[in-house]
Design a binder for this molecule. Structure first.
Ligand code: M6R
Length: 608
């Protein structure tokens, strides 16, 4: 997490650093700050607790000048989100911004304190500035001091630093957290990702693991972990420079929910040939038909997409599929017989746990496939194969359109693997493709239920706990609904397999707990309805999300029913994601929470 931007430029840098920070706010918004060299010499900085508007206000009160500077937006790891703990951290000799965690900071802090360094903050980052300062005090020049300090650091980091009196030098380094170098005309830039620099340049170099870079206005020298000077490829980023706006929507989340028919259409358009009724995946560097074991790894919402895919891959392709959350998988030393397929799902492509799991699977001889939304992300660059979700930039911290696009890609992959393994014939492939191509239009119809869903929100907003129930592929949708509600409305919610209720959770049911039952008609409908009856019998207040047929037969005892259009059972998870997204959105609005930037969260989770 945390966003970093650095500019070594020809003109005043603060307005452009601020613009970069706005693009990076999805990485954290606990506090923010900028440091420059005033008069090209002395380190000067402004910092503010909370969102970027507070820093903007601070800069209006006391402007900050300089043609070299570094900026940071923080997601707190060590130390409360106060102004004191905000980056850049500085001594009179060096200022540093940092994304990641310095694991040996306690030892370093002790050692430096014993040597007379005075610490002002509770952060791990402050040890870096004192460490560099100690080397500068020993007479090393800034380049050598930075190199020596980097050797002492353990953990994950991306760093940018500027030095007192060094108006033509900025140093960056990456280990574990991404960092990109940008090229301008007589200017150079550093950023956490290409998005941070999109208003400045599209010409970028991705630093590799362990790289250090020395920037001057006229270029950069890159060094690998061993200190050897290296040349890294320069690429043209595909991200556009324009800021993404909310249009006429009140929140990004609502806009992104409403974009789903379009972006699902776009994503399916890259994977389905509608004329021939078949899946057209790009060429894989390995044989899909030869895969007999699949492991899917992801976090949060992306993990729930993986859970849905497990049902699809098992049922349609008859594959052996395991799904795990990345933070558990990376340390559980899973046995992975060589030649298996490991699929990593991530909106950002930067999630630290997922990336670490990817590296583990790679070392176990797996074929690596990533499904990512952000092009050129770390996961994409480290995979054998990538499939893109064409959701476009997702700004709301709560993932919505990226989730359904992940489902669209995974559904196509399941069909392709089923076909490659001879589990389905062309007729069935055509039928499933047809069902998928109907999804955007049906999604648009689901959005017509927005008002009806909004009408339920005030009541749900009063609840302390909410339970979501589903079976089969709707079970992960229940969990996703609960996650959405938790993260933006701060109401405790749980998603359960409907059939599991009677094994304990049913004890929670009383007239104060809304139960959201997700039950399209199909193979498991009657069973889910029986579980709903068990809940109603215990005075549970049910919101029944079903289809037109289900509403006709079984809606009587539910407190409210949302009847979605009829659709092939295979694709219902894509459709049923929308009402749970809308419900959590309206509940959050009713509660007056910060929908797009909920407390304690960040969009891209680059720490473990
Ligand atoms: O970028 P990723 O898809 O790897 O992110 C994974 C999770 O952090 C993410 O899905 C998170 O759970 C969302 N905030 C959920 O809305």
């Amino acid at each position: 997490m945390c966003g970093i931007i650095g500019i070594i430029g020809k003109e005043e840098v603060v307005p452009r650093i601020m613009e970069g920070l706005k693009r990076l706010e999805y990485r954290g918004y606990d506090s923010a700050g900028i440091a420059t060299l005033y008069d090209g010499k002395k380190i000067d900085r402004r910092r503010a607790q909370g969102k970027l508007v507070n820093l903007e206000e601070r800069l209006r009160e006391i402007p900050l000048l300089g043609t070299i500077g570094i900026g940071h937006t923080r997601w707190a790891t060590h130390g409360a989100p106060t102004e004191q703990n905000a980056h850049p951290h500085a001594t009179p000799r060096v200022a540093v911004v940092h994304n990641g965690i310095i694991e040996n900071f306690r030892d370093l802090r002790e050692e430096l304190s014993a040597a007379g360094h005075q610490f002002e903050t509770e952060t791990d980052t402050e040890t870096i500035v004192h460490l560099i300062t100690s080397f500068l005090d020993q007479g090393l020049d800034p380049r050598a001091a930075a190199e020596a300090a980097l050797k002492r650091l353990e953990g994950a980091f991306a760093l940018a630093m500027i030095f007192d009196g060094e108006e033509d030098l900025m140093i960056g380094a990456r280990r574990g957290s991404p960092l990109v170098l940008g090229y301008g005309e007589g200017e150079m830039y550093l950023g956490s990702d290409a998005i941070a620099l999109a208003h400045l340049t599209r010409k970028i170099t991705y630093l590799e693991e362990g790289d250090r870079v020395e920037l001057t206005r006229n270029g950069a020298r890159l060094f690998d972990e061993a200190g050897r000077e290296v040349i890294r490829p320069v690429t043209m980023a595909t991200i556009s420079g324009g800021m993404i706006d909310k249009g006429n929507y009140r929140h990004f989340m609502l806009k992104e929910i409403y974009e789903q028919p379009t972006v699902i259409g776009q994503t399916l358009g890259t994977l389905i040939d509608p004329l021939q009724g078949k899946i057209t995946l790009p060429e894989f560097p390995f044989d899909l038909a030869g895969i007999d074991r699949v492991t899917i790894i992801a976090c949060g919402t992306s993990y729930y997409a993986g859970m849905v895919a497990k049902y699809w891959l098992e049922q349609k392709a008859r594959l052996n599929v395991e799904v795990d959350i990345a933070s558990e998988f990376r340390y559980r030393e899973a046995v992975m017989p060589k030649g298996g397929l490991a699929i990593f799902i991530s909106q950002s492509g930067e999630t630290a746990d997922t990336l670490a799991a990817l590296r583990y699977a790679q070392a176990q001889g797996q074929h690596i496939l990533s499904i990512v939304n952000v092009p050129q992300s770390s996961m994409e660059r480290e995979s054998d194969m990538v499939l893109h979700t064409h959701a476009g930039p997702e700004v709301g911290v709560a993932s919505t359109k990226a989730f359904t696009c992940q489902l669209a890609v995974l559904a196509c992959l399941a069909i392709a693997m089923a076909k490659a393994r001879g589990q389905i014939d062309h007729g069935e492939e055509e039928r499933l493709c047809q069902a998928l191509t109907e999804v955007p239009a049906r999604m648009a119809e689901v959005l017509n239920h927005d008002e009806a869903i909004q009408a339920l929100a005030d009541d749900v907003a009063k609840a302390r706990d909410v339970i979501y129930l589903g079976r089969g592929p709707e079970y992960p949708i229940a969990m996703e609904g609960a996650l959405k509600l938790k993260e933006i409305s701060y109401i405790h919610a749980e998603g359960y397999a409907a059939g599991e209720m009677k094994h304990g959770p049913i004890a929670l049911i009383d007239e104060n707990v809304p139960i959201i039952v997700i039950a399209p008609t199909g193979r498991l409908f009657e069973k889910t309805v029986s579980n709903m009856q068990e809940v109603i019998a215990r005075k549970g207040r049910v919101i029944f999300i079903t289809d037109e047929q289900g509403a006709k037969t079984d809606s009587e005892e539910a407190e409210a029913t949302i009847a979605l259009p009829m659709l092939d059972e295979f694709v219902t998870p894509l459709l049923y994601a929308i009402p749970v997204q809308l419900l959590s959105y309206h509940v959050a609005v009713a509660k007056g929470t910060d929908v797009d930037q909920p407390r304690n969260l960040a969009k891209s989770v680059t720490v473990e």
